[in-house]
Design a protein around this ligand. Structure first.
Ligand code: ADP
Length: 166
């Protein structure tokens, strides 16, 4: 039987509990889940590509039952999906905010490769408001981010921001 390969692309700057929830849900749907970490220099990330790759790999270490492969990419999403043999692109949907962008992107990707389906997943209701951008803002203003990221990601962020306390 052919393997069902899914691709979950994102910036993951940093990987949040919202991303992890989507990864766990997505992992149940496929035999292998490729997590594609974009270089995305336009977003001037807090963490370098290598740091983000290492963080996502570390956070996914406890996931069992599905092969998880964390990879960097800077090409067109559809080209990267093809190169890893993915037939499913997984995206998370947060309320209405993500809809317009995701709807357009999925539509354009249908034109580019009709053989690849975009599948939208909803995170647990409690995790839906979490966005990397806001987590960074809150951390920068000394707010408590422990409900949004894992303890290790929190420690990485505090170290990056230069907070000594924990
Ligand atoms: P991008 O830079 O492409 O927006 P992100 O890393 O921010 O990448 O997000 C990757 C994917 O994860 C997107 O589909 C985004 O909608 C989804 N996502 C991020 N946070 C959440 C969340 N809290 N709940 C559900 N989906 C989420």
């Amino acid at each position: 039987m052919t393997q069902r390969i899914g691709l979950y692309p994102g910036t993951f700057d940093p990987v949040t509990l919202g991303h992890m929830d989507i990864i766990r849900r997505g992992a149940k749907l496929v035999d292998k889940l490729v997590i594609g970490v974009t270089t995305n220099p336009s977003k001037s990330p807090m963490f370098s590509l290598d740091e983000r790759l290492a963080m996502v790999t570390r956070e996914c270490a406890s996931i069992e039952g599905t092969v998880i492969d964390v990879r960097a990419f800077d090409s067109l999403l559809i080209h990267f999906a093809r190169s890893v043999g993915a037939t499913i692109i997984l995206r998370g949907l947060r309320a209405v905010a993500d809809f317009e962008y995701e709807y357009q992107m999925a539509g354009m990707n249908q034109y580019l490769d009709a053989g690849i389906e975009t599948v939208f997943l909803m995170a647990d209701v409690a995790l839906q408001p979490i966005a990397s951008r806001l987590v960074k803002e809150i951390a920068g203003l000394d707010g408590d981010i422990s409900k949004f990221v894992s303890p290790s990601v929190r420690a990485d962020m505090l170290a990056r921001i230069g907070r000594k306390r924990d």
